[in-house]
Design a binder for this molecule. Structure first.
Ligand code: ADP
Ligand code: MG
Length: 329
């Protein structure tokens, strides 16, 4: 068969498909942008599990109205500028492709006003083509509305699950973000109903208590190992043998085989919900190895192992509940 250069439209959908798999991928990218913009309140409103509409509204730094078309332009970003920046990534996003990918497979309505700017703006696009770009009075912050996800991509639309199942994934993701960013107030609404809201007071214990619900016991510890700081939380889940392990590296939710391996070995005889929050210098972790940024590569993997082991042993060996009075209600 002859080699053909694919039409732009097909190429864009292939690329978009790597970033946007289902509604939760849209929410994840939008939340990352809101966090990168230093928002302290983020409101997510879904209709039909996000299949018909997803709205993410924040009170962050906003976007200059003149620059709005760049938001849906591939490889346009305000977060990095040079190759060197790739080895020192301090933001959750950096590739400048998320919103372009989302826009390619949906209808978007973006409203924003940059901090200190005189004017806000509106940008609407369908399947990645701009249909409206104008000034619009808006409060500081950004509102991204994504309607009819995959309206022009039936192959992908077929694989969406029930509304409830899509909602569950989004709700789980937002709970994880809530735990990772206790100082940010996250709210989630679905079909007009409030699903949950975090306090945004900066108190991680309080966020976990409200997200995890009442549990007989919660424990936490912080360990340092070389250049790594690890804050570890555990909650008992009576009646459940399986461990649920969630990990974050520099505020990024990761599902990394190395951490997973270390954690499942270290925690195997102590079931419950485990959360690991790693903080390390950005130059010691490469986040640019996975399309959804879910896996990372560590410069010193042995330190990760050691930290997980030390933290989990510390928690497992706590003799009594009384050493954690703050969790007793
Ligand atoms: P990236 O996050 O990798 O830069 P995106 O496609 O997610 O790429 O976003 C492109 C750009 O749009 C960002 O670099 C940022 O400047 C701007 N942007 C997107 N969402 C927001 C937001 N909620 N608040 C402020 N700026 C935003
Ligand atoms: Mg982004």
């Amino acid at each position: 068969m002859a080699i053909l250069k694919l039409p732009r439209e097909v190429a864009l959908k292939i690329a978009a498909g790597e970033v946007v798999e289902r509604p939760v991928s849209v929410v994840k990218e939008a939340l990352e942008n809101s966090l990168d913009a230093h928002s302290s309140r983020i409101l997510v409103t879904l209709t039909e599990g996000g299949k018909s509409s997803i709205v993410v509204e924040d009170n962050g730094n906003g976007i200059l109205w003149q620059e709005m078309p760049l938001v849906i332009t591939r490889y346009a970003t305000s977060k990095i500028a040079t190759v060197n920046d790739l080895s020192n990534i301090k933001t959750l996003g950096y590739r400048g492709e998320a919103i372009a990918s989302i826009a390619a497979v949906s209808r978007i309505d973006l409203r924003s006003k940059a901090k200190g700017a005189a004017e806000g703006g509106l940008l609407k696009a369908e399947g990645g083509s701009i249909v409206c770009h104008e000034q619009l009075p808006w409060k500081e912050g950004t509102r991204l509305q994504v309607d009819d996800l995959f309206f022009n991509f039936p192959a992908r639309k077929k694989f969406l699950r029930s509304n409830l199942s899509e909602l569950r994934k989004i709700s789980a993701l937002m709970r994880d973000f809530g735990a990772a960013y206790p100082a940010v107030l996250f709210s989630l609404y679905h079909n007009g109903n409030k699903i949950f809201e975090t306090q945004g007071t900066g108190d991680r214990a309080a966020v976990l208590r409200s997200l995890w619900g009442a549990s007989p016991e919660t424990r936490s510890t912080t360990v340092s190992c070389g250049s790594i700081k690890l804050e570890c939380w555990w909650q008992s889940t009576p009646g459940r043998q399986k461990n649920i392990i969630t990990s974050f590296v520099n505020g990024r939710i990761v599902s990394d085989p190395l951490i997973r391996g270390a954690a499942s070995a270290a925690c195997k005889d102590f079931s419950g919900n485990w959360m690991f929050f790693f903080t390390l210098p950005p130059e010691l972790v490469d986040v640019n190895i996975h399309p959804a940024k879910a896996e990372v590569r560590f410069r010193y993997p042995a330190e990760i192992f050691e930290a997980v082991k030390a933290a989990s042993l510390d928690l497992q060996n706590r003799p009594t509940r009384l050493s954690f009075p703050s969790f007793w209600e």
